[in-house]
Every structure is written in structure tokens, then in C-alpha cells.
Design a protein around this ligand. Structure first.
Ligand code: Q46
Ligand code: ZN
Length: 329
């Protein structure tokens, strides 16, 4: 197959775009597509200071590469979850993230959950007994908290995550299957920082297929961790992705159409559920915004863990506080 632009040998054929490209043209084409999404959804401009949440995977490292290529000021944030899975998942993820940052002269903030707060995510899951020992619920809570805190306290005007189109449509399908109106109303390429203490969240890869990100990492020579988190095995998201891939196979472009039509329907007011009346206030311990009375769920979770593990009581300012040196202004 030939590259549509130069006639050279194509490395990727995107049936959904009726487009085949060679390595060089593809490496230039994809960042252009991402730039279009950034502009279309008004994610950020070159005046913004962006924080990219990196996991060592193809999507987040590919996104960081693209943003730098496009000329944005983008630092990285790696959160060490302490997950091993028999192959050192977290260690490998951190090493690949650091390697990427060093190779490109980029700043990477690292927050290790265990050394910062006192337990790994799997340990936390067992102690807290949330989700019956499955770590994803406490993992999500910790990641959201730390990402928001580092972005907000570090003065970043946008927090970018590597969610790609496949991730977005898998969630969209799940929310549609159970008609989760509130979640559908909130699913968007941009989540505004509309309350004090909240960081602005953006998903620049929301229209990029997972397969396109894998191809991008390959043509750019980005080393990334191939294995998924061991706890992702058997998840609803993965099952949904398989169904959507079958659909895409017979109808190229189906995933993109599903997502774009959803955004259009949303813009037309189809999912306008009344905004939650719950007021956010500052957590009594850490100061982060929360709907819970008193302490936020992150602080309550870690209170429980410290009691069980016999760890010393944290001074409020120390719990969740990141070393100042991580935030050069
Ligand atoms: S939530 Fe669950 Fe993920 Fe955390 S424990 Fe792994 S699979 S990393 S996106
Ligand atoms: Zn708190």
C-alpha cells in the first residue's frame, strides 16, 4: 500500500479516514489531528502551562511527545502505585516515563503513593476493603486526588490525560447501556475547573484511535510498557472495547461516529441533567475541594489505613503535601 501524500511505502492504513501514510507523513499527520482537537474543544493555548499525567504507556507518552512537538509547555506527572503483578508493572512504568523525560529534557514530577502516604495501592485496597479488595476504586480515588492536587498547587492551567477514542467510547457505551444520565452529561473532552481548587482536565487524544497511538509510538521510537496494569484484566472496559472493535471491523469509523454524534447530541442539549446541588467545600484536613462533610474521602481513607498500620498521625499540612521543590514557579 502506498502513502497518500508521498507515494512511498505506507506503514498504516486508517480505513476510518480512508488514508494510508508512510512513517514520516504519519508522524506529522497525527500531531496535526491532535492540534485540531485542542483548538476545536478549546483545551489550551501555547500560553498555558500543561501537566500531562503519564503512566509509561503508549497513549500518555505519545501525548507528551505530541504536545512537545506542537510547541506546548508540558511537564509530566507520574504516580507510583506500587503495583507489581509479577513483572514489576509500576517499576517499569516509572522507569520508562523517566527515560522519556530525560531523553527529551522534560520535567517529570514523581509521586510515589507508598513513600508519600504510607501504603501501596494493592495494600490500601485490602485494608480499606473498598471494592472487596479490588484496587481500582481506591486507585482511581488516589490518582484523581493526586493529579488534581499537583496540577492545582503547581499552577498548571490544564491537566492532560492520555484517554484515547477507544477509552472514551468504551466508557460511553457502558454509560449508555445503563443510561447513566449524570455520567453522560459529564463525559466531555474538557472538564472545566468550575469550582475553586479544581484543575481543568483535558483529553487531547479523544478522537485518536488506540491503534493510531500504538503506530505513533512505533514510528517515533517511543519505548513504552506493553502490558496493561494487571488489575485491568477482565474489566468491563476491556470487554466493551472488544465489542466495539468487532463493530469497527465491519463498519470502519463506527467508534468515531458514535463518539462525535454523542458530542453533537450533548451540544444539542440531549443530556442536560440538572447540575448537582451538592456544594463543594474545602476538606478540613487537606483543603482539597470535596462534597463530603468534614474530611474528603481521600483523607478518610488514609486515616483508616494509618490506624490499621499504626502509622503516626499526619499533621494536616503534611498529608498530601508535595515537596515545594517539585513546583518551580
Ligand atoms: S485503576 Fe485499576 Fe487502572 Fe489502577 S489498579 Fe490498575 S487497572 S491502574 S486504569
Ligand atoms: Zn482531604
Amino acid at each position: 500500500m502506498k502513502c497518500r501524500k508521498c507515494g512511498g511505502s505506507a506503514v498504516i492504513n486508517m480505513r476510518q479516514h480512508k488514508l494510508a501514510l508512510c512513517a514520516e507523513d504519519y508522524a506529522a499527520w497525527l500531531p496535526d489531528q491532535v492540534q485540531k482537537s485542542i483548538e476545536k474543544y478549546r483545551m489550551f493555548t501555547s500560553a498555558d502551562k500543561v501537566l500531562v499525567a503519564v503512566s509509561g504507556g503508549k497513549d500518555s507518552l505519545g501525548l507528551w511527545d505530541i504536545l512537545c512537538k506542537l510547541g506546548y509547555k508540558a511537564d509530566g506527572l507520574y504516580i507510583g502505585l506500587g503495583i507489581d503483578g509479577g513483572f514489576g508493572y509500576s517499576d517499569q512504568s516509572r522507569q520508562l516515563s523517566q527515560q522519556f523525560a530525560d531523553a527529551h529534557g522534560l520535567r517529570l514530577h514523581v509521586v510515589e503513593v507508598e513513600s508519600t502516604y504510607g501504603a501501596t495501592i494493592p495494600e490500601l485496597a485490602v485494608i480499606s476493603n473498598r471494592g472487596h479488595g479490588k484496587p481500582c476504586s481506591v486507585c482511581g480515588l488516589n490518582k484523581r486526588y493526586i493529579m488534581n492536587r499537583v496540577a492545582h498547587d503547581g499552577g498548571y492551567t490544564a491537566l492532560a490525560t492520555g484517554h484515547n477514542l477507544d477509552d472514551e467510547v468504551a466508557v460511553l457505551m457502558q454509560n449508555t447501556l445503563v443510561w447513566a444520565g449524570g455520567y453522560l452529561a459529564r463525559q466531555a473532552p474538557v472538564l472545566e475547573a468550575n469550582r475553586p481548587g479544581l484543575a481543568r482536565k483535558v483529553k487531547p487524544l479523544c478522537r485518536v484511535y488506540e491503534r493510531e497511538m500504538a503506530a505513533y509510538a512505533l514510528v517515533r521510537g517511543i519505548e513504552y510498557i506493553y502490558d496493561e496494569c494487571p488489575h485491568a484484566v477482565g474489566s468491563t472496559t476491556i470487554a466493551n472495547k472488544e465489542v466495539l472493535n468487532q463493530l469497527e471491523e465491519s463498519r470502519p469509523g463506527a467508534k468515531l461516529q458514535f463518539y462525535l454524534n454523542f458530542l453533537q447530541a450533548k451540544a444539542a442539549g440531549l443530556f442536560n441533567v440538572p447540575a448537582s446541588e451538592a456544594e463543594l467545600h474545602a476538606c478540613e484536613r487537606c483543603g482539597q475541594p470535596t462534597t463530603a462533610p468534614g474530611e474528603c474521602s481521600f483523607c478518610r481513607l488514609w486515616d483508616k489505613v494509618r490506624t490499621v498500620k499504626g502509622l503516626p498521625e499526619c499533621v494536616p499540612a503534611a498529608l498530601g503535601a508535595m515537596p515545594d521543590s517539585q513546583f518551580p514557579q
